[in-house]
Design a protein around this ligand. Sequence first.
Ligand SMILES: Cc1cc2nc3c(=O)[nH]c(=O)nc-3n(C[C@H](O)[C@H](O)[C@H](O)COP(=O)(O)OP(=O)(O)OC[C@H]3O[C@@H](n4cnc5c(N)ncnc54)[C@H](O)[C@@H]3O)c2cc1C
Length: 372
Amino acid sequence: MSRLADSRYDVLVVGGGAMGSAAAWQLARGGRAVLLLERFGAGHIYGASHGGVRIFRYGYEDPTYVRMVQAALPLWRELESDAGETLLELTGALDHGPERDIDVLAAAYRECGVRHERLTAEDAAQRWPGLRFDTAVLAQADAGRTKAAATVTALHRTAAAHGADVRTDTQVLAIEWKADEVIVRTENEKFSAPVAVVAVGAWAESLLALLDIPLPELRTTEEQVFHFPPIEEHPGGNPWPSFMHRGPRIWYGLQTPGEGIKLGEHHAGAACDPEPGRRSFTIDPAARDRVRRYAAEWLPGVDPEPVTETTCLYTTTPTEDFVIDRFGPIVVAAGFSGHGFKFTPLIGARLADLAVGGLSRREDRAGDARWV
Ligand SMILES: Cc1cc2nc3c(=O)[nH]c(=O)nc-3n(C[C@H](O)[C@H](O)[C@H](O)COP(=O)(O)OP(=O)(O)OC[C@H]3O[C@@H](n4cnc5c(N)ncnc54)[C@H](O)[C@@H]3O)c2cc1C
């Protein structure tokens, strides 16, 4: 008979990817007794937060998202100083392509006070000769890349340093809520606390199914990521910027130090079941051909033969907005739709607010409205 561990905790956090770990860090450094449960081992590759880097950029037409990126920046710096390591590097970020209305982007930047520069395709190619452009380009200097797996590791470490109980290889099998407490059950133990944060990425639907929590449709896809060897580390004397190229397809890329130039197609992966035993982890040859052709045509600064390739999960809502809300004693974070990482420490703060502030999103709509 598994035993009910006495409720030593103020908050249980289920899911030790970017969002759950950020919530545990924010809660623990706020003095809360936190238990973080992650089903796989530290540094696992089964979810959405592994690998070297993620783009940190302001490139949203909606000023609400732009302000959220602005709000995330100082929190990244707080995490870095707490962790004693660099996790966000401002290498610059670019938006270009025929399907990108950079006038609308520029208007959002002006409204929010984001430093930006508009360049012709020729001037941009001069400054970043590793890339090719056929439209005007909008550059953001205060943007760049965040480390991915290293951020999750730093969050686990700093949360533990603030007293959190961080347990990996501990799968939550069931969650139930009674009166004023939440009980989570693992293979060998049960834990209870007044509130739980559930940030389980692609597993949200299956783990929350019994709790009658209204979630929007969540579509999980297996996205394909490739790295190409740069011909020069700093073509034109400038670091490789992060970039989004919107044409008939949406391409994104950035430099992963020590691994090469990361390149991927946004929202091009096939729908999949996230469960490792029911997922292929294989690269789609057609995707590999497309990315090779893209690299050969648009990245003169790389050898167009990929050196590494991997898969990673998107869990996408119909509007690509995030699910961040509280239902009774359960705080839910899901549906980061392939663009959540840049907000990680901010979302951690929101989840902590919802967990210990006791407010549901609906009561606190005064803030950002980009949560479905
Ligand atoms: C290829 C790719 C490129 C991306 N590029 C960018 C980018 O450039 N910029 C950007 O901002 N964002 C980007 N993103 C999106 C970003 O990485 C995600 O939004 C973010 O990582 C989501 O974090 P998460 O914590 O919600 O999910 P996850 O990292 O998947 O975390 C969920 C965790 O819950 C655990 N879990 C599940 N079930 C249980 C259970 N029963 N018990 C215990 N633990 C459980 C899982 O093991 C997992 O560790 C990209 C994503 C991908 C896949």
